[in-house]
Design a protein around this ligand. Structure first.
Ligand code: FE
Length: 351
C-alpha cells in the first residue's frame, strides 16, 4: 500500500534534501543569479565578490528572453535573487511584467545616473544600468564616405540604396535604437525612416552584429549597424582574419552634431521573489564599485555607468578618439516604445 504524501513527509523529505543535497550547509550564504551576460570574463568578477563577502553565486545562464520566460514560469517559487539582462527594452519588459522588486539603495542611486535606470516609484527603483554600449554605424571605407553615414537619419537616405545590412528589426538592440528614434523624431517620421531603411537594405536581415561587420568587410554590404563591444572584440582579436576585417571598415558615432549616439545598457535587478534581497542588493552595489566597473570596461569592452573612472581600454579609446556625445534621454522611455515600434516594423515590412 502506498503511504499518502502528507505535509509532514514533504517537510521531512525537504529537510533530508537540505541536509544531504548539493546546496548543503544552512549557514552558507548563496545568491542565485540569472544572467544574460554571456561573457566569460565575468567569471572573475563573481569570484572577487565571493572572496570579498563570503557569499557564493549560483549562476543560471540564458539569454534575456529565456530568463524572462523562466521567471514567469517559476512564479513565486522562483529561487532567483538577482537578474542581469543586456538591453533596456528587456529590462523594461521585466519591470512591467512585475518580475523585479524595487530597490532603495543610496549607493546605486548616487552612482548610476538617473537616465540609465528605471523611473523610481515610492517603493524604489526596479532596475539599474550597470554598463553601457553604443549602437554605431560601420561602413566600407572603399565604397562609402563617412559623411554619408554620420547620422542615423542618413541610413534611410536614397543615396545609400542597396547598401545597408542590419540584424532583425525585432532584436532588442534594434527595438531600443528605434524606440529612441521615435522619441527624437516622433512616431510618424520614425515609421517613414524605418521604411527608408527597408528600401536601402542590401539583403534581408539575418545574423548578429558581428555578421553585419564581416559582411561590410567582404564587400557584400556598404553599411551596417553594430554595438561597440563587437567592434572592440574584433579590434583586440589576435586572429589575422579579424584584423583584416577591421582594416576595411570605418566606424562612426552618429549624430554627434545633434542629440548624440544611441546608448543602451546592460543592467541588473533584484528578483521579485528573492529570499535574500539584502544580499542581492549587496551584489548590485558591488557591480557599481570601481573594481567591477573597470572590469566591465576592460573585460567586455563596455563603458562604465559610474562617472569619473579612468578608462583603460585601447580599443574603445581608438574607436572614439577619447570621448563621444551620447544621447541623454531616459533609457526607460526607450523600453516603453517597443510595442509601438514593433507595429511600425510590421507595417513597413522590416523583418
Ligand atoms: Fe550582444
Amino acid at each position: 500500500m502506498r503511504r499518502p504524501i502528507t505535509a509532514f513527509s514533504l517537510a521531512l523529505a525537504s529537510l533530508v534534501a537540505g541536509l544531504w543535497g548539493p546546496t548543503a550547509c544552512a549557514n552558507e550564504q548563496v545568491i542565485n543569479l540569472y544572467s544574460a551576460r554571456h561573457y566569460p570574463t565575468d567569471e572573475a568578477l563573481y569570484n572577487d565578490f565571493t572572496k570579498a563577502t563570503g557569499i557564493k553565486i549560483n549562476r543560471v545562464d540564458s539569454d534575456d528572453a529565456g530568463i524572462i520566460a523562466r521567471l514567469k514560469a517559476e512564479g513565486s517559487a522562483s529561487p532567483a535573487d538577482v537578474i542581469l539582462l543586456v538591453d533596456a527594452s528587456r529590462l523594461w519588459r521585466g519591470e512591467v511584467d512585475g518580475l523585479f522588486q524595487p530597490v532603495k539603495s543610496k549607493t546605486l542611486e548616487t552612482t548610476v545616473p538617473s537616465q540609465l535606470r528605471a523611473k523610481p516609484t515610492d517603493d524604489g527603483t526596479a532596475w539599474f544600468g550597470l554598463s553601457t554600449r553604443a549602437r554605431v554605424i560601420v561602413f566600407d571605407k572603399l565604397k562609402v564616405n563617412k559623411t554619408d553615414v554620420d547620422t542615423y537619419e542618413k541610413l534611410a537616405d536614397p543615396k545609400n540604396k542597396g547598401k545597408l545590412c542590419i540584424r532583425s528589426g525585432s532584436h532588442p538592440y534594434n527595438l531600443s535604437l528605434f524606440g529612441a528614434m521615435s522619441e527624437h523624431l516622433g512616431p510618424v517620421a520614425t515609421e517613414k525612416w524605418l521604411k527608408g531603411l527597408v528600401d536601402n537594405m542590401a539583403r534581408e536581415p539575418k545574423g548578429g552584429d558581428t555578421d553585419q561587420i564581416k559582411a561590410v568587410a567582404s564587400g557584400e554590404c556598404g553599411i551596417a549597424v553594430s554595438n561597440t563591444y563587437y567592434l572592440a572584440r574584433l579590434m583586440r582579436s589576435t586572429n589575422p582574419a579579424d584584423k583584416t576585417v577591421m582594416e576595411r571598415v570605418g566606424v562612426v558615432f552618429p549624430n554627434q552634431q545633434s542629440w548624440g549616439t544611441h546608448v543602451n545598457v546592460a543592467g541588473g535587478a533584484v528578483a521579485r521573489y528573492s529570499k535574500n534581497p539584502a544580499n542581492a542588493v549587496k551584489f548590485l552595489e558591488y557591480l557599481v564599485s570601481p573594481q567591477a566597473q573597470n572590469h566591465f570596461a576592460n573585460g567586455n569592452n563596455e563603458w562604465p555607468v559610474v562617472k569619473g573612472l579612468k578608462l583603460d581600454n585601447p580599443a574603445l579609446q581608438a574607436m572614439t578618439g577619447g570621448d563621444f556625445k551620447s544621447e541623454l534621454m531616459p533609457i526607460s522611455a526607450v523600453g516603453m516604445n517597443q510595442i509601438k515600434v514593433q507595429q511600425m516594423l510590421d507595417r513597413v515590412g522590416f523583418k
